[in-house]
Ligand binder design. Structure first.
Ligand code: ADP
Ligand code: MG
Length: 703
């Protein structure tokens, strides 16, 4: 093996320099993201095993993972449902069975009665007392020195691994990587300056890594099970810092770019406000003012507009649009679903057409001549405001003078997607301003991490006169009573929704379920006109159904979660949500926001499927307790984790290697402060930190 020079940086040392690592094993390590010796050190254990002591058989319990030492007293092949090798192990306190379903003859012979072994495994309760299936074991006769039992002096790490890469092998390789740290040379570079390390009470990088891979025997349990190991905290801190720095850097770059200065649009704005049937709330006014200030600057606005369901974000977005339109710049408004985009289309047409603004429409479903025309209108600037879905930013799309992008994002666009979009729409000379609206409030911790590149405006009140929706939780056994209730409500001239939720994540099945439910309900409610809307209907049909519900021709609308956002029918005052236990709280809150929009008091019935677990009931009761989207969002995060709440778990956009937003939320304020210090006093470590933790993912942001 070639000698490795001391002081060499570990990320430069190839894996093949480790003993026993050839090209084949190197490939397997690559699969789990390990490309050099340093990567091995950042490949953290999932959990730990305690091989620091030998347990006595008398002291063990079912479920314990234990190390035992003793003598084999019997070893026989048993022919039951499955052939197995069963050995009995005795120590001076008792007996236990060891069972192997896969075994060779030589293995059987080596475990002959009288043999002394050391073994390790999980204790199960078998028919004839305690058993361990497939324990790891060593024959004591194979050990060179009987006085030195191979008992570990620290806890044994268990690493995430991949097919064909054995835990023991990986452990051995990781141990070699650790040995480099132990030789006393500082070969893994700690980018964090001493000043930060002491200010935030962190471990040095080398110590942190040792502590994670080799926690001492007496480490507190919380270190091992709750990620409270200070070594882990140090790495989580560094990782969160790297993420934040990457977003801040993006923002700084963005501040260097030019954007059109957009003035107050006084005339258009006055007309627009005049035709509204209401006046803005203070919350709307404040948010609008913050946006207007940004728009008047010569660098691109990057702002997040938050507000609870029904707080009136759309009007604020329209006001922002007027600034661009007034200066002859174009505006693009993108929504995550076709239905929501259509709702925006009808609102904005109603508001802006009287002001002489041309409102265009582009979705994936617009084809042929119509599409060609719309694309031309965008390219020549005659489509002043264009509303649509993702289609608005496909390659073939060109804008003549895009001044503002509005994204109604409902958490469906990941951070990097959003950043990419921003780049795509920009030109060399001028970059558009960007306003992101979220459909439901984002918990503060998530806003601080996933949206650190955006300034934040919050509409903190609902329009006056809204009556909180009364929510009840009812078992599906009482479905007939719920149907009666709908009958009463509709007889009294109110309208209702019946929402069928996701089945097995399949849209087809979900739509089928809605179809069946609609049929059933029309049979059971002959005097009520029942409509149906789901994601697989043609857009034209969907618009027609929504319109006749709006016009009051339909009294009950059976729907899938397509109506989750944006749908606005103030006369609807009752909503039944079937199988609410399948949805996240933020999503339920969003759905429930479709009622309670008028001046009558509204009700939401969560019709759950029995049996429902205690935790499930507890979760639903949050909906009964609160109508506050910010509170519900925090609870949702607590209960389901950040990936689910942001809707990015499939794409992995918000995934961290070490950090966990819920567990490490207490670090976020410090990380924010640290990022400011780093940018001001240590700009040279920004790039290396980002490279270490985000690697190529940053480039993705800049496509
Ligand atoms: P969201 O913030 O959920 O997107 P919307 O923008 O759809 O909310 O607004 C919800 C409803 O409230 C709409 O019918 C809208 O016309 C109405 N609205 C908005 N602002 C006000 C206000 N200041 N006073 C009364 N109603 C308002
Ligand atoms: Mg909205």
């Amino acid at each position: 093996m070639p000698l490795i020079k001391n002081g060499q940086s570990l990320d430069r040392i190839p894996l093949t320099q480790l003993q026993g690592v050839g090209p084949a094993l190197e490939k397997k390590l690559n699969v789990i993201g390990i490309f050099n010796v340093q990567d091995l050190l950042f490949h953290l254990p999932l959990r730990y095993e305690d091989r620091t002591r030998i347990a006595s058989i008398a002291s063990i319990h079912t479920g314990d993972t234990v190390q035992l030492q003793g003598e084999i007293t019997s070893c026989d092949i048993q022919f039951g449902r499955r052939r197995s090798l069963k050995c009995t192990l005795r120590d001076n306190s008792g007996f236990i069975s060891l069972r192997f379903f896969h075994f060779s003859n030589s293995q059987k012979n080596s475990l002959a009665p009288g043999t002394q072994i050391l073994c390790y495994g999980e204790v199960k309760r078998g028919r004839s007392g305690y058993e361990i299936f497939h324990p790891e074991y060593k024959l004591l006769s194979e050990l060179e020195n009987m006085d030195e039992l191979p008992v570990a002096d620290s806890l044994t790490p268990v690493y995430p691994t991949t097919e064909g890469l054995q835990q023991t092998r990986l452990r051995n390789i990781a141990a070699q990587a650790l040995a480099f740290l132990d030789d006393g040379n500082n070969v893994i570079q700690d980018y964090l300056p001493k000043e930060l390390i002491s200010q935030f009470g962190l471990y040095g990088l080398t110590d942190a890594i040792k502590l994670i891979h080799r926690p001492p025997i007496d480490a507190p349990l919380s270190w091992l099970t709750e990620g409270a190991n200070p070594g882990q905290t140090r790495l989580a801190f560094e990782e969160l810092l790297a993420h934040r720095l990457s977003m801040r850097r993006f923002k700084n770059d963005s501040n260097q770019q030019s954007a059109p200065r957009l003035g107050a649009a006084s005339k258009l704005t006055a007309k627009f406000l005049q035709q509204l049937p209401f006046t803005l709330t203070n919350g709307q006014q404040t948010a609008y003012q913050e946006i207007a200030d940004d728009l008047s600057k010569a660098c691109p606005m990057l702002r997040l507009l938050q507000g609870d369901v029904g707080s009136g974000k759309t009007v604020v977005a329209a006001l922002a649009a007027l600034h661009a339109l007034d200066e002859n710049f174009q505006v693009a408004l993108m929504a995550p679903t076709e239905l929501l985009a259509e709702q925006h289309l009808s609102n904005f047409k109603q508001w802006l057409t009287p002001l002489g603004i041309q409102v265009g429409w582009l979705s994936g479903k617009i084809k042929g001549k119509q599409r060609k025309e719309q694309l031309e209108n965008m390219a020549n600037g005659s489509s002043q405001l264009t509303i649509g879905t993702h289609a608005l930013f496909q390659d073939e799309v060109e804008y003549q003078r895009l001044g503002l992008i509005i994204i109604d994002e409902q958490h469906r666009f990941g951070v990097h997607q959003r950043l990419a979009l921003r780049e795509k729409a920009g030109s060399k000379q001028l970059n558009p301003h960007q306003l992101v609206m979220t459909a439901t409030p984002i918990p503060r911790t998530l806003a601080m991490s996933a949206y650190a590149d955006l300034d934040n405006s919050i509409i903190d009140e609902l329009p006056p006169g809204r009556i909180p929706v009364n929510t009840v939780i009812i078992s599906s056994e009482r479905r007939p009573q719920v149907i009666e209730r709908i009958e009463k409500a509709c007889a009294g001239n109110n309208q209702a929704y019946w929402v069928c939720t996701l089945i097995e994540e399949s849209e087809v099945l979900q739509c089928q379920a809605a179809e069946v439910t609609a049929e059933q309900l029309s049979l059971l409610l002959p005097n009520i006109s029942v409509g149906l809307i789901h994601g697989r209907m043609k857009s034209k049909e969907k618009i027609e159904v929504m319109q006749s519900f709006k016009d009051g021709h339909l009294q009950l609308l059976v729907a899938t979660t397509v109506i989750e956002v944006g749908v606005d029918v103030p006369n609807a005052s009752l909503m039944v949500i079937e199988n609410p236990e399948r949805l996240g709280l933020a999503q339920l809150h969003q759905l429930r926001g479709r009622v309670g929009r008028g001046s009558i008091s509204s009700h939401c019935i969560l019709l759950y499927q029995t049996p429902l677990s205690k935790a499930g009931k507890q979760r639903l009761s949050v909906m009964r307790q609160s109508n506050d989207g910010f509170f519900i969002a925090e609870k949702d995060l607590e209960l389901r984790g950040p990936g689910q709440v942001l809707g990015t778990q499939q794409t992995g956009l918000m995934s961290f290697r070490v950090a966990d937003i819920s567990r490490n939320s207490n670090l976020l304020d410090q990380v924010r402060d640290a990022s400011e210090i780093v940018m001001a006093n240590h700009p040279e470590i920004v790039d290396p930190l980002i490279h270490r933790w985000l690697g190529d993912r940053v480039n993705y942001a800049n496509v």
